[in-house]
Design a protein around this ligand. Sequence first.
Ligand code: HEM
Length: 337
Amino acid sequence: MKSLMLTAVALAASTLTLTAYAQSTAAPVDPNVFVNQFEATFGKFEGYRRSGAKGICAMGEFVGSADARALSTSSAFSGNPIPVVMRFSVGGANPKVADNGKSQRNMALQFNLPGGEQWQMGNISAPVFGASSPQQFLGRLASLQPDPVTKMADPAKVKAFADANPEVLLQGKYFASQPVPASFGSLNYWGVHAFGFTNAAGAKQFGKWVFEPAGGVKGLSDDEAKAKGPSFLFDDLRERVKQGNVAFTFNLELAQPGDRIDSATVPLPEGRKKVNMGMLKVTSVSADAAGDCLTITYNPMVLPKGVEPSADPMIAARAAPYVIGLSRRLTEGAKQQ
Ligand code: HEM
């Protein structure tokens, strides 16, 4: 009996090892295939980003905290004001998407650090992403691709993929549970990946960040959202920033030993210690579709000294498709409104 149990445990262990092996050696997704799949699933809107198409540039200033300096040597946290090239956008590839839906909003940031160093990040208004690996993300996008005849995704394909990969539904469930955001300036924006922060003593701390609005999170009732109409977010942001009212706290949730830090679909457990890393204030918003953000692609592998990626496979997998997306939209003539 004992040996039977041991065999079962050994078999289970070898299956686990095989699964882990299969995951770690999954063929990388060709970045062109990724961008082509975005276009096939969501449509091709020439000149626009293939994701987060409808957007606006803004400028900001970040001042890091003493607590952040204790965690990372990055010059982002020196305490001196750091200029930040910002972009706010509505989720999806359609540049005409309505602002008053229960969907994703984004806040992308490029910290322009001393000595020409940069830190880029694209943050989203959900604590989780819609896939945990590049292969799973590609599969999900393929399952959502419209049929050429019906112009609709095949519900059986969508269901079969989601049944086999239930975490792809978590993000949609989160958005459905939230009100329509009242403003780009009154939303939480999560980084969703874990990153490592290294301090002057060489100690490394992994964590996940969230930018939280200084004025609190605000949503609209269904009637208010309807009354706002499909295009209010840009003017709203300009108005709030003119009045000096848009700022975010950069909070880092600290991972503890044993926490999953390799998945964008698994948040850190509730109640993890949160460190205030500094304050980001939005100082101006573009009057039109132009601005410094238009020709930037916010590549999460562009990190400063003192910050490094975790083992989350999605981080590195984003880099090449972003650059390909950038080169396609620049060739077509960059637009964002
Ligand atoms: C392998 C997975 C992913 C692929 C292939 C992918 C692909 C893309 C592409 C092609 C763009 C447009 C880039 C450009 O034209 O500059 C984009 C934008 C964006 N993505 Fe992803 N993405 C992935 C994962 C993620 C994840 C996990 C997040 C969550 C933080 C995310 C957040 C964003 C944001 C916020 C933008 C808009 C940034 C901006 O304003 O420029 N993406 N993505």
